[in-house]
Design a binder for this molecule. Structure first.
Ligand code: AMP
Ligand code: GLY
Length: 430
């Protein structure tokens, strides 16, 4: 099989690392990839949003499968683009259809979908410019903290949690009238604050059946003890200690099954991953958000825990036979530490040479690249805010964490920063 993975982050490197182990693979491509993916496949200088270029390449190499990592091309309709094209329609596309991708692309769409299928989530109301006064009135009716979300895609930045009502109204005004988040903020939703502990649950689905993948917890804030600005994610662990069998049964019965059934009943085509962002509120799961893809850096902890041939499971999924893909989990824990450039998630410098990648690193550690590239001298240099994700196996979470930090210490580049507390809040629960 000739497979193309769209994206350039640690998630895509982890997907490629796993797929490269399959005996069904003949050739692996990335668009655009990074220095890590170049070592396991071929990087193509193609923008994930340039569907015409992707098409030209797919026809030229007679591509068999495309796997789409990030949300932007999914929401822009890459699935429909392939399926509606007579030259591409036989390529297997691991992605949701354009309408299904609205589960991530529009918070209001997701909320209405959940309401139609009785899926537990925070109570909410939605507003636009015209109903600004209603938004202020709704704030006055709620107790703080106030949760304000822009409707569209905002690269993880579109959620504000504020304690002061006047401040909340000011922010709403600047989103709706000054377009602080551009078109993504033409509509907002204001929702009930959920007080609990978060986790991420993943399934692979063909839009009819699904298989549950290992769950994960990510660490979104830049600072230790969950402080400072929100990022794409600074680390992750899997499994999650509080995801007991009892809790996960509730997740399947109250959230996953009604979601997949809803997708099926509404005739939405879906051949890919669903990422349920959940809050555990006193033992009850509620949906915070849907994502129509794997998470980054959740994937770097989840994928290494899948024991089977993932490419085989993806082939079955694309043929509507997900139920035949029997997923087995590795019982070991995985902890992932993201190494970033100082300044991230705001401005940071790039082109810093990375050393220590081939030092004596345990065979139980995987180094997934995110923002890296090869410079003219073929040296690996930084090219993004999140630079590397160091993932390790351990019998217990504590061992996995220790091994990832041991490897991280050996890797050096100017301005490297990483959180030292990934997974440590959960240790007492093991
Ligand atoms: P989202 O982009 O929807 O995942 O939201 C970003 C983050 O905001 C989540 O990971 C939560 O930590 C927080 N959040 C979102 N919605 C709520 C809510 N209703 N109650 C409490 N926290 C929330
Ligand atoms: N780590 C969160 C995400 O991928 O959306």
């Amino acid at each position: 099989m000739k497979v193309l993975i769209i994206g350039s982050g640690g998630r895509e490197h982890a997907l490629g690392w796993k797929i490269a182990q399959s005996n069904k693979l003949s050739k692996l491509f990335f668009a655009p990839g990074n220095a890590g993916t170049e070592a396991i496949g071929k990087n193509l200088p193609i923008d994930p949003m340039d569907f015409e270029e992707i098409k030209t390449f797919a026809i030229e190499v007679e591509l068999d499968m495309i796997i789409v990592g990030p949300e932007q091309p999914l929401v822009a309709g890459i699935f429909d683009f392939f399926k509606n094209d007579p030259y591409l329609k036989n390529v297997k596309v691991i992605a949701p259809s354009k309408i299904s991708a609205q589960l991530e692309g529009s918070k209001q769409f997701a909320k209405q979908f959940m309401a139609r299928h009785n899926i537990p989530t925070a109570a909410y109301q939605s507003f636009n410019k015209v109903s600004f006064n209603g938004a202020c009135k709704f704030i006055d009716e709620l107790k703080p903290p106030y949760v304000i979300k822009v409707d569209g895609l905002a690269a993880g930045k579109g959620v504000l949690i504020l304690n002061d009502a006047e401040n909340a109204k000011e922010e709403i005004k600047s989103i709706l009238f000054e377009e602080k988040f551009g078109a993504a903020g033409k509509r907002i939703i204001i929702e009930e604050f959920l007080d609990g502990i978060e986790l991420s649950v993943f399934v692979l689905t063909d839009g009819k059946d699904y298989i549950l993948l290992p769950e994960a917890k990510d660490y979104k804030r830049i600072g230790e003890g969950d402080t400072g600005l929100n990022t794409g994610g600074m680390g992750s662990i899997s499994p999650v200690p509080f995801a007991s069998n009892k809790f996960m049964t509730k997740v399947e019965e109250k959230i996953i099954k009604p979601t997949v059934k809803g997708i099926y009943k509404e005739g939405m085509k879906y051949f890919g991953f669903i990422f349920f962002g959940l809050m555990n509120v006193n033992g009850e799961p509620l949906v915070i958000e849907y994502n129509v893809r794997l998470g980054d850096p959740e994937a770097q902890s989840v994928i290494p825990r899948i024991k089977n041939d993932l490419l085989k499971a993806l082939i079955l999924t694309s043929e509507g036979k997900t139920s035949e893909a029997n997923i087995r989990y590795d019982s070991r824990c995985v902890a992932t530490v993201v190494m970033a450039s100082n300044g991230y998630p705001e401005s940071y410098s790039v082109d810093k040479q990375i050393t220590g990648l081939d030092s004596d690193i345990s065979e139980n550690t995987m180094i997934f690249h995110a923002g890296t590239k090869l410079n003219k001298k073929e040296q690996i240099v930084s090219s993004g805010g999140r630079v590397l994700a160091v993932s390790s196996y351990g019998k217990h979470l504590i061992d996995a964490i220790a091994l990832s930090y041991k490897a991280a210490k050996k890797i050096k580049f100017d301005g490297v920063v990483y959180r030292k507390d990934i997974g440590k809040d959960l240790l007492s629960k093991y």
